[in-house]
Design a protein around this ligand. Structure first.
Ligand SMILES: Cc1cc2nc3c(=O)[nH]c(=O)nc-3n(C[C@H](O)[C@H](O)[C@H](O)COP(=O)(O)OP(=O)(O)OC[C@H]3O[C@@H](n4cnc5c(N)ncnc54)[C@H](O)[C@@H]3O)c2cc1C
Length: 363
C-alpha cells in the first residue's frame, strides 16, 4: 500500500506517513495498539476535510474502513439508526431516503464517513447533523475508555464540535434519530435555493427522493459531489466557513452583502405581554453570518483564479472551493488560501477561517 497520503485525500495533497494502517477487524483494538506504541497518530476517513502538509505525517495514520449500519423502528414514528465510523455518509443518506426516513435528505452528496460527520457537524441546504444526532460511541484517548457522548457533550455548532476543538479520541459509531414518514415526505424545506430548484415554497414538504435528487444536482453544478471526471472536485469542499460577525460590524458592509441573523433571535420578535422591547444597545451582540463566497468574489477573486505558476486554483464553479488542478503541493494550496484571506481582509476587514483540518502545516 502506498504510504503517500495524497492518495487518500480528496485534495490530493499530503506527503508520506511513517506508518499507514488500514483498520483491521476491530477499530478499538487497532487504536489501542497504535496508542500503546506511543507514536504520534492520526485517523482518516474519506480524507475529504483535511489539508495534509507536503512533509506528510511522522507517525501512524489509521484509515477507518468499517462499514455497516443497523436501524430500529421505535414504532412511534421515529427510527434510531446506528452507523459504523467507516460507513460512507452518502450511502447512509441514500439508504434512509429509500426507506422513507426523513432528517438527513438535505445532506445528500457530502463525501466522507459517518464517523467524521460529527467532527465539524456537517451541514448543507438547510439541514445539519446536530438536528438528528443523538450520541456517538467514542474511544477516549486520554482515559482509554469506551464512552457514549451525547450530542450535547459534543458541543456541536456551525462547522465545529468539541472533537474538532481538540478532544482526543476516535468516534466508533454514530446514533441518529430520524423520522419514519408514512407519506415519504421530507422535513420542511429550509433553504431558498433548494426550494427554488424544487419549485416549492420554503417550508414545503416534498418526496424525500426529490430532495435528494435536487440536492445532488445543485451540488454537482458547484463541483461539490466527488466525481473523478470533474477536476473541480479535487478539493476539500468549501475551503472557508461563512464568517460570523457582530451585528454592528455587519452594518458597515455594503448593502448587497448577504447576511443571516443567527442566535440569539432579536428580543423584539417575541415580546411577552407587559414587557418593553429590548433597547437597541442590547441588540449589539446579535451575531450575523456572512457569505464567504460573496466576500471572496467582491474582493476581486474570480472562479478559476490561480497564482502565477501555481497548480492550486479557485474552482471554476464556485469561489469557495480551492482545487488541485493536477500535481499541486499543499504549500501551493495554502499560499492560495492565504492570498484569498489577505484580499478579503484588506477589502472588508473580515478574516476568513479555513473549514478543513490542517495537519502538518498552518494557514
Ligand atoms: C466535494 C466536497 C464537498 C463537501 N461538502 C460539504 C458540505 O456540504 N458540508 C459539510 O459539512 N462538509 C462538506 N465537505 C467536507 C467533508 O466532506 C466533511 O467534513 C466530511 O464529514 C469529512 O469526512 P471524512 O471521512 O472525509 O473525514 P476526513 O477528512 O478523513 O477527516 C476529517 C477530520 O476528522 C477526523 N476524523 C475522521 N474520522 C474520525 C473518527 N471516526 N473519529 C475521530 N476523528 C475522525 C480526522 O482526523 C480529521 O481531523 C465536503 C468535502 C468535499 C471534498
Amino acid at each position: 500500500m502506498p504510504s503517500d497520503l495524497s492518495a487518500y485525500t480528496t485534495l490530493r495533497v499530503g506527503g508520506p506517513a511513517r506508518l499507514l494502517i488500514d483498520q483491521y477487524e476491530s477499530l478499538v483494538d487497532t487504536m489501542r495498539e497504535v496508542w500503546e506504541s506511543g507514536e504520534p497518530w492520526l485517523v482518516l476517513g474519506g480524507g475529504s476535510n483535511v489539508v495534509i502538509g507536503d512533509e506528510g505525517f511522522d507517525g501512524s495514520v489509521v484509515r477507518i474502513t468499517d462499514a455497516g449500519f443497523e436501524a430500529r423502528d421505535n414504532g412511534d414514528g421515529t427510527v434510531r439508526v446506528r452507523a459504523s465510523a467507516g460507513h460512507s455518509w452518502d450511502a447512509l443518506v441514500a439508504e434512509t431516503v429509500s426507506r422513507g426516513w426523513a432528517g438527513i435528505e438535505g445532506l445528500s452528496g457530502i463525501p466522507g464517513t459517518c464517523g467524521a460527520a460529527p467532527i465539524q457537524n456537517i451541514g448543507a441546504y438547510g439541514q445539519e447533523l446536530a438536528s438528528v444526532l443523538v450520541s456517538v460511541e467514542f474511544l477516549d484517548y486520554l482515559t482509554g475508555d469506551l464512552v457514549t457522548l451525547s450530542a450535547a457533550e459534543l458541543e456541536l455548532s456551525y462547522r465545529h464540535s468539541a472533537l474538532k476543538g481538540g478532544r482526543l479520541g476516535v468516534v466508533l459509531s454514530i446514533d441518529l434519530a430520524l423520522t419514519a414518514t408514512a407519506d415519504g415526505l421530507s422535513e420542511p424545506i429550509a433553504y431558498d435555493q433548494l426550494a427554488g430548484a424544487l419549485g416549492v415554497a420554503l417550508g414545503a414538504r416534498v418526496p424525500l427522493a426529490d430532495v435528494r435528487a435536487s440536492v445532488l444536482q445543485l451540488r454537482a453544478s458547484k463541483g461539490m459531489v466527488l466525481d473523478p471526471t470533474d477536476p473541480d472536485t479535487a478539493s476539500a469542499g468549501s475551503f472557508f466557513t461563512n464568517p460570523i460577525v457582530g451585528e454592528n460590524f455587519a452594518r458597515t458592509l455594503p448593502e448587497a452583502a448577504p447576511r443571516w441573523l443567527m442566535e440569539p433571535e432579536p428580543a423584539d420578535r417575541v415580546v411577552p405581554l407587559g414587557e418593553e422591547p429590548a433597547p437597541p444597545a442590547e441588540r449589539s451582540d446579535f451575531r450575523v453570518k456572512l457569505s464567504a463566497a460573496w466576500l471572496i468574489e467582491r474582493a476581486g477573486i474570480r472562479r478559476g483564479f490561480s497564482l502565477p505558476g501555481s497548480k492550486a486554483a479557485i474552482s471554476s464553479k464556485h469561489t469557495l472551493a480551492i482545487t488541485n488542478t493536477g500535481g499541486a503541493t499543499a504549500t501551493e494550496i495554502s499560499e492560495l488560501a492565504r492570498y484569498v484571506q489577505t484580499r478579503v481582509f484588506s477589502e472588508f476587514g473580515v478574516r476568513l477561517q479555513p473549514e478543513p483540518v490542517f495537519i502538518g502545516l498552518e494557514l
